[in-house]
Design a protein around this ligand. Structure first.
Ligand code: ZN
Length: 502
């Protein structure tokens, strides 16, 4: 093999090892670490972060990549080696555009803002963090301007996580979705709400964890190559393709919490565990994009995990585990409870139908902020106004309003929220394609068998990691570009049936 290529792989492996060590420290911080460890841990993580970053943006790596461009031209463009050189070069070009002094300033600013946000939320007072958020907006604009040539100032920020996605592509999709969702939400919420009392009661933590692990195993999570622990906010992290961690949180008075967080994170983990093992230790060992990653957690959590077929198999098993609590509730009551739709204030608690309204209004507000059409000081009012207009509810205070999500207070303004809704849209498009290829999937799910679906996703999405771009993955897996119709069709069919809407 080309010696330069070997050198590239060796260097990338070293960087990947540092990042994996960082991920272990971060995972431990969120699951097991005693609070006393936090100061030392922040320092240790910062050191590893700096080391891996320095190694990546080093002129030596740049030279090595330059030297490999002629090899790239000779390789078949879709070969893994070509992908490795291409993806690494692109990541490198993006990374070196950020001056180290800017990165250091922004990182210091972000920690300060995050602390202020915690206090502001506690005291329900946006003004505590407002001035810092104004600086964040300046930083975000500067960040975007390191990548000139964009059509919209949010585009470079979006591109960090969702390469190729732009405001011009996203806006019409979101407009269309909002136009479809508004009347659907109206029709559903004008009816008496579903009764979800079957999910409330007392469900022992041990029982819930046991059931969650059983479900994760059924879906295909490989516990020889991963594990689940508890954390305040559920997440997935990967130390290697053969060591993928998920976390969950349990509420003994609410059955849906641990259950669906486990299924959601399992979706992310199946993706990580399903990547071609040859890619381990390289930049290819990751999801094609944030949206594609999120499409997998949503596909397993919502399309599969909240489907009637899924519960035809699992509900009797859940009842057997919690007979006193669930025996008197038929499957149909349970199915409606886990798909209850309502207008609410908090994005992370929202149901499948209203969830995107929460996301899209954040996307609109952040693009308006970046465009200079909205001032940071007017953000709380604009937030409340949008909640009144889009969801028909007005936050009683700022903690459950503009301060509820950490995103703007722990990074840039812009670049993140679109992934959630794009992920939902894609989840339906991928699922539709899987069913078209393998029509037996729904009846298999009814029998507790997820092999066909899992294999299809692995063969068409997971195994490629970042070998292909998100747009290429979507096109080859579904035969079409990203489109919204399958998602709208899915929501209308499912909730039309539950709420008897024609
Ligand atoms: Zn997720």
């Amino acid at each position: 093999m080309d010696s330069k290529l070997q050198e590239l792989k060796d260097r990338l492996r070293e960087i990947s090892d540092l990042k994996a060590a960082l991920a272990v420290l971060s995972w431990d911080q969120m699951t097991l670490m005693p609070t006393g460890g936090s100061e030392a841990r922040s320092r240790q993580m910062a050191t590893l972060e700096l080391l891996s970053h320095e190694k990546f943006v080093s002129p030596e790596l740049g030279k090595l990549l330059d030297g490999l461009q002629s090899l790239l031209k000779q390789l078949p463009p879709d070969s893994p080696t070509a992908a490795l050189i291409r993806v690494t070069t692109r990541d490198y070009q993006k990374a070196i555009k950020i001056p180290p002094s800017f990165a250091a300033q922004f990182s210091a600013h972000t920690s300060k803002t995050y602390e202020a946000w915690l206090k502001a939320r506690q005291e329900q007072n946006f003004k505590i963090v407002g001035p810092l958020l104004e600086k964040t907006l300046e930083f975000s604009r500067k960040m975007a301007n390191f990548y000139p040539g964009y059509q919209h100032i949010a585009d470079p920020l979006i591109d960090q996580l969702d390469e190729g996605m732009t405001v011009r592509i996203i806006r019409p999709l979101f407009q269309r979705l909002r136009a479809e969702l508004a009347p659907l939400v109206q029709k559903i919420t004008s009816q008496p709400g579903s009764d979800d009392s079957c999910l409330r009661g007392h469900f022992s933590e041990a029982g819930q964890l046991e059931f969650g692990l059983k479900v994760a195993r059924h879906l295909g999570f490989d516990f020889q190559r991963g594990r689940q622990d508890k954390s305040p906010h559920p997440f997935t992290t990967s130390f290697a393709i053969n060591d993928v961690r998920i976390t969950t949180r349990v509420r003994e008075d609410f059955l849906a919490e641990a259950l669906f967080s486990t299924v959601h994170e399992t979706g992310h983990a199946l993706y990580e565990q399903g990547i071609n093992p040859d890619f381990d230790g390289t930049p290819l060992a990751d999801g094609a994009s944030m949206s594609v990653h999120e499409s997998q957690s949503r596909l397993w959590e919502n399309i599969v995990g909240r489907s009637r077929n899924f519960w035809i198999y699992f509900y009797p098993r859940l009842q057997a585990l919690f007979p006193q609590q669930l025996k008197r509730f038929p499957l149909e009551t349970f199915y409606r409870a886990i798909n209850k739709v309502g207008r609410s204030l908090i994005r992370t608690d929202a149901d499948e139908v209203t969830y995107n309204l929460h996301v899209m209004l954040r996307f609109d507000l952040e693009t308006e902020l970046l465009e200079g059409k909205l001032a940071v000081k007017d953000l709380p009012e604009a937030w409340n106004e949008r909640y009144r207009k889009d969801l028909g509810v007005v936050p009683p205070d700022e903690a459950v309003g503009v301060l509820q999500d950490m995103h703007w207070y722990s990074g840039t303004i812009g670049g993140y929220f679109q992934s959630y809704t794009l992920g939902n849209i894609l989840s339906a498009q991928f699922y539709e394609a899987a069913i078209k290829a393998l029509p037996q999937i729904p009846s298999e799910i009814e029998a507790g068998n997820f092999n066909s679906l899992h294999s299809w996703l692995k063969d068409n999405i997971y195994r490629y990691g970042r070998q292909y771009s998100a747009a290429e993955i979507i096109k080859t897996a579904t035969g079409r570009d990203l489109e919204i119709e399958p998602y709208i069709k899915y929501l209308k069919a499912k909730y039309g049936e539950i709420y008897r809407i024609k």
